[in-house]
Design a protein around this ligand. Sequence first.
Ligand SMILES: Nc1ncnc2c1ncn2[C@@H]1O[C@H](COP(=O)(O)OP(=O)(O)OP(=O)(O)O)[C@@H](O)[C@H]1O
Ligand SMILES: [Mg+2]
Length: 394
Amino acid sequence: MTCFSFLFSRKVNSSGQQNFDVDDEVSGIHDVKLYTFKELTIATEDFSDANKIGEGGFGSVYKGRLKDGKFAAIKVLSAESRQGVKEFLTEIEVISKIEHENLVKLYGCCVQGNHRILVYNYLEKNSLAQTLLGGGFSGIQFSWPTRSKICVGVARGLAFLHEEVRPYIVHRDIKASNILLDKDLTPKISDFGLAKLIPPDMTHVSTRVAGTIGYLAPEYAIRGRLTRKADIYSFGVLLVEIVSGRCNTNTRLPIDEHYLLERTWELYERRELVGLVDTELNGDFDVEEACRFLKIGLLCTQDTPKLRPSMSTVVKMLAGDIEVFDRKITKPGLISDFMDLKVRGPAVAKTKPETRNVSSYNVSSSSDNFDTPPLSSDASTAATTTPTTTTTSV
Ligand SMILES: Nc1ncnc2c1ncn2[C@@H]1O[C@H](COP(=O)(O)OP(=O)(O)OP(=O)(O)O)[C@@H](O)[C@H]1O
Ligand SMILES: [Mg+2]
């Protein structure tokens, strides 16, 4: 691990931009590998378009080859994402210490001048959004055992963030584009801890709502109530996406199939859940397991956060170690029900004049890795979907 004092025992000049005294900034932080801007420029061939592999809410991502020969995904955070060196490094130190088979490894970062760049382990098989749900040819066979392994892996990674990391981490952005696959198709959750790197007044949700909205727990989208249960909701949506091979929202399908979760609930009520399993599997799947996974998806997306199981319980349910009782499943919380909000095409459709768009809600600040206080007066806008049966806590 590169030592700070070795790399930055002098003031750093970042390609003509403002200098800062790194010794002062990083005193007390010892455990983060620091890359120079020059090193990353070389690794990415001058951040060339040919090496650009994606663009997200935080900035652009490049594939690069580091000095030691390892490939890396190099994420250049956009201007809005910048914060002071010390705050940034404090967060990075936390993230870079977290290691788990189902989490993307952060190698280190670059904090020279105004640059804020994250360097991650490169995952060659891309994200679930681009492969399983991408609609194009990815060359990957998502057999049932592979899907099952992906679901369990993601659940384990999230359970680790929620229940083993201290203090625990709420991911905030569990979705198909944040699930990356390595060469063996082992899933790795990316971007955990990043929400804390953006200023509180510029939430990730508000900037990228169109791609994220289908994953948002109603209480988070509407009231900014961020708890681990919001991640569990998003996980539930993802689970149904993996089993069905469909995106949570698809306006090209017949109208009653636009919203995957709504469709799942309908089929569940008709006892036809099996009809949701991806036809690409040509019937080659474990029916009991696939339907169990879909029911777990429904449990995770229950309208009342308390009714959603913890991630360690989800792991056991997926493995078949804990039974999934039908009597505990009620209608999931559907954001479209809450706000008369329908996503049409790439942008979020206008809401009724008297209702507010999700992006205008004050989603709680990024410093919050803990349950936020109970409802504010905004609760009045959240006309809840009524459970159809009596429930008990899972
Ligand atoms: N570690 C990685 N290895 C390989 N590819 C990666 C890695 N990290 C990101 N990518 C690629 O870069 C793309 C953009 O990632 P990024 O996280 O910036 O955006 P996103 O996941 O689409 O949205 P969001 O900003 O909301 O997370 C990803 O979809 C993926 O294709
Ligand atoms: Mg991402």
